[in-house]
Every structure is written in C-alpha cells, then in structure tokens.
Design a protein around this ligand. Structure first.
Ligand code: NAP
Length: 345
C-alpha cells in the first residue's frame, strides 16, 4: 500500500451552540493493512452537512471519528466490486485517507459506497452536493412526498442552501405555481429569485419579516418543505391553507441547543403542533435514507439535468481538513451559499 498514514477529524466535545474549533481535534494515525473486502480511499472532498453537528450534540459520539459524506479515489482495492482508480462517494468520515469495507461505515441505512463518474461538467465535488445526498433529498422528496399539484403555492425554508436551491427548480418542473423561498439575507433572497426560480423571497432576518411573509403568502400556502423548524416554521404554518401538506425535511434551528434554548424551542413546538391540528395539515417526515434503493437512479437523473443545463446549483469551499470546523461554523451562521464543502486533497 503506497500510503501508510492518515489524518482524521475526531469529535472532542459534544456540540452545544454553534460548532467551533474546540469541538474537534485532528489525529494522525497509521492506516491498517488492507484486508480482503477492503478498499483504500484518498479523500478529495468532505461535505459539511447540518445533520452531522445535529448528531454530534450527543456525548455518545465524543472521541469518535467525525462522520460525513466524502468523495474520493480508490487507491487500492481488495474488494471485487471496486477497482483502483475508480471514483466513489459514501458516508464515511472526515479523513485524508480511509480504509473501509462493506457494509461501509455509514450511519442509518446508508452503508453503500457509490461508484461515480465525474466529467468536466459533473465534478467530483458535486457528488456530495447536488449530485449526492442533498440533491437526492430534493429529487426524492419531489418524487414521493412533496406532492405538487399544478399551480400550487409552495413555501421552502433554508431556500438558498444545498437542498432548498434545488427544491424550487424541481417543483417548477412539476408545475408548481408560486414558489416562495425563505432565507437569511437580502443577497440570498436575490439569488433565490434570480437563479433558483423562486417567484418571491423573504428574509426571516428582516425587521419586517411578518409583514413581508404575509404579503408573499397572500392567498394561502398549499405545500411546505421545511428544514428549519422553530419560529420560522411557526410563522409559515400560520399562512397555510386548511388541509395543506407539510413535509418536514429537517430542523436546523433546533440542532445543538443550550438547555435554555431547548426549553424555548419546546414551547414553540407546542404551538406548531396546535397549528397543525387546528388547520388539519398533513405532516410527513421525509428522510433521504428511506429511499436508498433509488439513489443510483437519482444520481443519474440529477446528472442528466445538470449536464443539460436544466438545474443550477452553487458550492462554497473551505480548504483543507483543518478547516472542517470552519465549514460547520459557516453552515450554522448561514455563510454558505449552496452546498458547503471542504477540499481535502
Ligand atoms: P444548507 O441549507 O445548505 O445550509 C444550512 C443553512 O441553514 C444555512 O446556510 C442557513 O441559511 C440556515 N440556518 C442555519 N442556522 C439556522 C437557524 N438557526 N435558523 C434558520 N436557518 C438556519 O443545508 P442543507 O444541506 O441544504 O440542509 C438543509 C436542511 O435540510 C437541514 O435541516 C438538514 O438537516 C436537512 N436535510 C434533510 C435531509 C432529509 O433526508 N430529510 C437531507 C439533507 C438535509 P440562512 O442564511 O438562510 O439562514
């Protein structure tokens, strides 16, 4: 094996509040000898995904390698399914080099290592973004859960992010009428309208948020994709029609809370539950991991849309393994535009 050492990010301290350098440490270690069934991967890109800090709020993960999606190249293989030189994507860990074997170490039911085929247009980095888990979330949500009827009004939160920037474009293809995006700044709102096919955009940080949201939602909201939770969700639910559809994709405002924040969040959640009941809203939790058997199809479909210039997306890049903490900080402070990545090689 040509490489014998690796550098890996470990979770040092469970994350409370915004992720910081103190939560992580990098350890340099020997790579184990490649055994039958194993592959050695050189990591090129690491994806900073909101669910990772969300999970790392638990002390259970202290002292363990930091999980996450990576894309990279197979340097050596003792597994019949993979060969040297292939490019792969999977839910592994934040490390420069990884020795792993099937069923790969991913969390939930995501333990597959996908072989991917980068081109000039479909870059390796995007296989952990628009062509990977976040893109598949949007694609599969629209295929199964987020039922778009012709001309419907749809609201999307965290709209300028990796998932939200694609939901609008895919929903428009399915005939959505008015798509309203909610994001954290004027610049992001401009991008929603000018680039991601949103009809209207509202910043939840605006001093006039309540008024601007009410204007945008005049006529009522049929469907909602929410991945933020908390007060932003509560306010949108107030504008939903009786019998509307609410797909819950995540709840980033509720990740890594202090005890005090968690107490307040519980009160808000109580009001959210009341609104769902009183408006007879259908609420469905959607997880991209529910549909693992459709991922290969989705990766191809997303790639075809990108190659045909029918789907646009953006990426924000941090440089180097030591900047993984910074990538997570950016994500939780809303500094990312589109998918937040870290270049490892
Ligand atoms: P992202 O939107 O690219 O990045 C996260 C964004 O969340 C930030 O840019 C920021 O945007 C916003 N944000 C951060 N803290 C916030 C807070 N306290 N309140 C409101 N907004 C906040 O991330 P993503 O990868 O696309 O993921 C978005 C959501 O989808 C997350 O909740 C994630 O867990 C969920 N997700 C779900 C699935 C699934 O299978 N259901 C799969 C992937 C992702 P602003 O500047 O606009 O605030």
């Amino acid at each position: 094996m040509s490489v014998s050492r690796t550098r890996t990010v470990y979770l040092k301290k469970a994350i409370v509040g915004c992720p910081s350098e103190d939560n992580f440490e990098i350890r340099e270690e020997n790579l184990s000898e490649l055994k039958d069934g194993q592959v050695l991967i050189e990591t090129h890109y690491y994806s900073a995904d909101p669910f990772i800090p969300g999970m790392c709020a638990s002390k259970e993960f202290e002292g363990k390698p930091l999980n996450g999606y990576i894309s990279g190249k197979i340097l050596a293989s003792k597994n019949d399914k993979y060969s040297e030189g292939q490019f792969v994507m999977g839910l592994l860990r934040a490390a420069t080099h990884i020795v792993t074997s099937a069923p790969f170490e991913g969390l939930y039911s995501c333990n597959e290592l996908f072989v991917v085929e980068p081109t000039d247009k479909l870059k390796l980095q995007s296989f952990v973004g628009a062509l990977g888990m976040p893109g598949l979330t949007a694609w599969l949500a629209l295929r199964h859960d987020l039922k778009i009827t012709k001309g419907c009004t749809l609201v999307v939160t965290s709209a300028a992010g990796a998932v939200g920037s694609l939901i609008s474009q895919l929903a428009k293809k399915q005939g959505a009428g008015k798509v309203i995006g909610i994001a954290g700044s004027k610049e992001k709102c401009d991008r929603l309208v000018n680039r991601y096919q949103y009809d209207v955009a509202v910043s939840y940080k605006s001093a006039n948020y309540a008024k601007e949201l009410a204007e945008a939602c005049a006529g009522g909201v049929d469907c909602l994709w929410d991945s933020v939770g908390g007060k932003t969700l509560e306010m949108v639910l107030g504008h939903m029609k009786q019998g509307g559809l609410f797909i819950m994709g995540g709840s980033i405002s509720n990740y890594c809370l202090t005890d005090e924040e968690a107490k307040e969040a519980k009160e808000v959640q109580g009001r959210i539950d009341e609104l769902i009941t009183s408006k007879n809203i259908t609420k469905t939790d959607m997880a991209v991991f529910q549909y693992m058997n459709e991922w290969n199809e989705g990766i191809k479909a997303l790639g075809a849309l990108v190659a045909a210039d029918e789907l646009v997306f953006d990426e924000s890049m941090e440089e180097g393994l030591e900047n993984v903490p910074q990538a997570y900080r950016d994500l939780f402070q809303g500094k990312n535009v589109g998918k937040q990545l870290v270049r490892i090689k």
